[in-house]
Design a protein around this ligand. Sequence first.
Ligand code: ADP
Ligand code: MG
Length: 458
Amino acid sequence: MTNDELWQAVLAQIQFNVSRANFATWFRNTKILSKNQGEVLISVENSFSKEWLDNKYASLILKILRSLDRDTKAIEFRVALKKPSALSATRGTTKRDEEKERTGGPQLPFQEFTLDIKTNLNPRYTFDNFVVGGFNELAHAAARAVSENPGFVYNPLFIYGGVGLGKTHLLQAIGNRITELSPKRKIKYAPSERFLSSIVEAIRNHSIGELKKSFKDVDVLIIDDVQFFAGKEKSQEEFFHIFNFLYQSQKQIILSSDKTPKAIPSLEHRLRSRFEGGMIADIGSPDFETRLAILKAKCEEKNVELDSKVMEYIVSVVKNNIREIEGALNRLIIFQKINNKAPSPEIAKKLLESLIASPRRTTNFKKIIQVVSNLYDLTEKDLLSTARRKEIVKPRQVAMYLLREELKESYPAIGRRFGGKDHTTVIYAREKIAKELKSDDNLLTELDLIRQRLYTEF
Ligand code: ADP
Ligand code: MG
């Protein structure tokens, strides 16, 4: 039996054991790469599938493999490197690329995902995958300039613009670029909520001196969404000192906000004038052409092809928010994965209905429980039980989160639904999921998948 035949046999059996949607989602484009002394190496599409298969299906796969081939001892999943997209092929290679090529970094056929532990930046956000158009060119140019010469051109750099238009992307791209140019520089990126809560905690613990000290060796401080400083007097004062210290040592400070410094309510005067003391650059709304260019770039990045009518449809209805354009694209991709065919303009319209306008999206308790238990391969009874098994706890938290977010049920009411859990448990669950969603792309994809099933029938 060849590896391919063996794998086909395995898949045929797995199909009996998992739901159709799960099968399509997790087992598409998998194959056996090699078999060596009983060790079977299986190629998977992305790190998300890898983790999922590892956690949920490894033992099933191993069992089936053993039944077909007794010598099987262990299995391992590997993420297959994507085919280079047209975009990256036309992008010039840099010195760094050549370096990677020589040292055999990500050019190897298989890519292990490692997180950068030196900074808390997300390596996904770079200048390379940032589309520039009239609406953001000033902010982009300023960001570029700062990344080439931190501390010396515009300080602070203050970028403002509406939701989902690329502020975080740009801020992180600066950080990533600086790390690339000078790896020794210490970069600190903090969403302002996190920054503010560390100040509040330090004040409570009388450790504000230590907190400030931790900023002493920072070369680049990036604070995202400073509009949340509004009304936080004490924290503003502490930040003012940190700001001054860094500024005077010619350290770069980069800030973003959804409004101009003037428009942030109750921002202390002296802090406002600090914010206005450098460069203020806005990000506006992209026009139709630019939205289309962004969507095309995203398609290339994700290696998907969409009908041009479908693409035009997306950007004609999703106008003000690039995150939503991505959300729309993800829905279509999931459809494509599950149904194994590209969506027609009519289907795209239907799939995106709930995302657009969305006047009265409805779902209910039953549906949420059904979809969540189905996605995580649990029974509804397990999900609603009080069992503490690890594989149930997380899906249950997700379900609680959705009952709160989608149905606005009260915490005690949700608790009652799950065998009389205390409302504090529900609050904890909701917050935990909300927090993880900010940093965990896998979870984000899961939630999108769930929401899509909650609101779309096909
Ligand atoms: P904001 O912080 O302004 O709310 P984000 O930076 O989080 O917005 O952007 C939302 C999503 O849109 C991100 O996934 C980001 O990568 C993407 N995005 C935003 N602007 C661009 C752009 N100019 N080119 C490519 N992707 C973009
Ligand atoms: Mg942001």
